[in-house]
Ligand binder design. Structure first.
Ligand code: ATP
Ligand code: MG
Length: 293
């Protein structure tokens, strides 16, 4: 799998996700900010992208993406709109497959899984999709119970006990009989969070949990993510545009641009990065390599 890929002698000793190959037919200058730097930690990452290419027609989205998501940390993937952050999340759960390269979850290649293996693998994940995705025709109790009814043989009493505990955790203990359209945006996000956690997932993916929330609700949601991570552990992947959210919760950050990682590592290092693009993006300044293209 990874062992037969070309290795750059300069990076041979580092983890395999550190290997960066220039994509063919791309202006080198565009990638002058991409370091793809990734230090070996000695521990296998929960999720690895290895040289992943993905295009939709002629629209090349991922262009040799190498990215590791560490075990047991809250990781953030940051990057401008339309860079392929949601596309990354869909690769992690096997909703999209790479044109080239590999996506590895807990050591197993997602694109090589059979349907049964994929179904089993997805139970490891709790996912909060960008568009909310509560079932509009079900009340909150049934929404949160849905994965338990679909994926487990648990009886109704046990299911309701778990659902009520999860709703209590996210501050929606009294809203179980409400329909999604009776809830505010923030409540819907929290309900989606409760549903994402209901199978005790090893990996939780949040696609812009803070979009459409006011700053106070965003701060509260960040606190909730941290608290629940502390309690449950696991690899959390949070996608956001919001630098304040990143400062609040990120332990590990990967900055994505033009289909590749510019830089990744512990959050405090990224916030002190000397890379011009990373500095510009994390400080939200208009001056720098990132323009309105
Ligand atoms: N299924 C698809 N078919 C065709 N094009 C797609 C598909 N999914 C995504 N794209 C395209 O891939 C690009 C990246 O999309 P993606 O949703 O991953 O961006 P993003 O980084 O999540 O952006 P945002 O921050 O705005 O959510 C976009 O140009 C989008 O139009
Ligand atoms: Mg997105």
């Amino acid at each position: 799998m990874a062992d037969d890929r070309d290795q750059d002698p300069a990076t041979e000793e580092t983890s395999r996700v550190s290997v960066v190959r220039e994509p063919r037919g791309v202006d080198d200058d565009e990638f002058r900010w991409h370091t793809g730097r990734q230090r070996p930690t000695g521990v296998q990452d929960a999720i690895e992208f290895i040289d992943v290419h993905k295009a939709f027609g002629r629209n090349k989205i991922l262009r040799g993406l190498n990215m590791g998501i560490p075990e047991d940390k809250i990781s953030m993937i940051l990057g401008p709109s339309g860079t392929g952050k949601s596309v990354c999340i869909k690769h992690m759960v096997g909703l999209l497959y790479p044109d080239e390269g590999d996506v590895i979850v807990h050591g197993e290649s997602v694109p090589h899984m059979t349907d049964d293996e994929l179904f089993a693998m997805r139970k490891k994940f709790g996912v909060l999709f960008q568009d909310g995705a509560l079932f509009g025709s079900m009340n909150l109790l049934d929404n949160v119970a849905f994965p338990l009814r679909q994926h487990t043989d648990k009886g109704e009493d046990e299911i309701m006990e778990i659902v009520n505990r999860r709703l209590l955790e996210v501050g929606l203990a009294d809203a179980g009989d409400k329909m999604p359209n009776e809830l505010s945006g923030g409540m819907r996000k929290r309900a989606g969070f409760a549903r994402a956690l209901v199978l005790d997932p090893d990996i939780v993916l949040f696609d812009e949990p803070d979009s459409g929330l006011d700053p106070v609700r965003t701060a509260l949601l960040c606190e909730l993510i941290k608290e629940i991570h502390e309690e449950n552990g696991g690899a959390y992947v949070v996608i956001t545009h919001d630098i304040m959210s990143a400062r609040r919760v990120a332990e590990h950050i990967s900055v994505l641009w033009k289909g590749r990682i510019v830089e990744s590592g512990p959050a405090e290092e990224l916030f002190n990065s000397e890379n011009a693009f990373v500095r510009q993006f994390l400080s939200g300044e208009s001056a720098g390599p990132l323009g309105m293209e």
